[in-house]
Design a protein around this ligand. Sequence first.
Ligand code: I3P
Length: 99
Amino acid sequence: MEGLLLRKYVLEAHKKRATNRSWKTFYAVLRGSELYFYKPLSVSLKEQKFVEKVHIRHSFTEFLQEYKNKTNVFALTLINGATESEHSMKSWINYLNYM
Ligand code: I3P
């Protein structure tokens, strides 16, 4: 599955509103459980620059039927992980940040 998408960040983290909320155009490609975002560099879409990929396993996607300013809008909520103790959480953050 792939195609052009307009994307806007709503939240940066749980309950933290994104600061830059503008819509931006990407070419999105779903490969396995990773969603890759590319910046189209030409109208023909032949040239693209990789921007980022997000891990979508256990994410949640929903159609936002009542969205005011645009049609055909869906929301993708990513899961960032949680642990039972603060100590365990800090270990994960350390390991994952310095991998
Ligand atoms: C808009 C701006 C608004 C945002 C709006 C964006 O981008 O970021 O803050 O509304 O989203 O389109 P721009 O400055 O490029 O025009 P919210 O703050 O309510 O998210 P919207 O089109 O979903 O209303």
